[in-house]
Design a binder for this molecule. Structure first.
Ligand code: SF4
Length: 221
């Protein structure tokens, strides 16, 4: 499919996460915007110390306009509490693209489909602006698409490891996508290992856990 070339998006003048989320809600810059039910900009406190980024909204997110509320998202939230000992309300949740990418099956049913690289490229300024406004110390990178585009390497090579960007002084924690984990015991082991890695990282950096908890309390989570 041919995607129309969009002019570069300049979001440097946006000062708040609310302004950015409002811009996403009216965006139609790539083909995903024309087929969505709801745009899903992101959810959570800003600024905060942990930002989590996945591939894109699924069916439940597209219906509700809220990030990570489908089956995979619920598993992710549950394991963050159980194994990461982290309050999901203390995290800013978002995706590489803010609108659902899907294909139509022969039965006519919509099926989630990885977003085209053109859509990821066109949408990327929104994520960059979110990272600027949320200013996280650590970014949890969920799944293959986010890992490839943010870290430039396959998730299988770095899941569960810790990547530190010395220039911007930010940690990246790559994590197997929960949708892959529920389909394979090996991936589930890697997913759970990644969760334990997040917990270990937070234990080594207690200031991040403490401040993340404070954001959750302030937000009424
Ligand atoms: S996916 Fe991103 S660039 Fe495409 S329409 Fe949605 S918000 Fe706009």
């Amino acid at each position: 499919m041919i995607t129309a070339v969009a002019a570069p998006l300049n979001l440097h003048n946006l000062q708040t996460i609310g302004e950015l989320e409002a811009a996403v809600h009216v965006c139609r810059r790539c083909r995903l915007g024309k087929a969505r039910s709801c745009a899903v900009p992101g959810d959570g406190p800003a600024p905060c110390d942990i930002l989590l980024v996945g591939e894109g909204p699924g069916e439940a997110e597209d219906k509700q306009g809220v990030s990570f509320v489908g089956r995979s998202g619920r598993l992710l939230r549950e394991k963050l509490v159980e194994l990461g000992q982290l309050d999901p309300g203390a995290i800013y949740w978002t995706n590489m693209v803010k609108c659902r990418s899907f294909a139509i099956e022969p039965s006519g049913k919509k099926k989630d489909d990885p977003p085209h690289p053109d859509c990821i490229r066109i949408c990327r300024p929104y994520l960059d602006a979110q990272i600027r406004l949320v200013a996280p110390r650590a970014v949890v990178v969920v799944g293959s698409t986010a890992c490839t585009h943010l870290l430039g390497r396959p998730i299988a090579q770095c899941a569960g490891s810790l990547v530190y960007d010395q220039v911007i002084k930010r940690y990246y924690l790559p994590l197997i996508h929960p949708a892959a984990a529920v389909c394979s015991e090996d991936y589930m082991d890697m997913f759970l290992g990644g969760m334990r890695g997040i917990r270990y990282f937070l234990d080594v950096h207690p200031e991040i856990r403490r401040e993340a908890a404070a954001y959750a309390v302030a937000a009424g989570a």
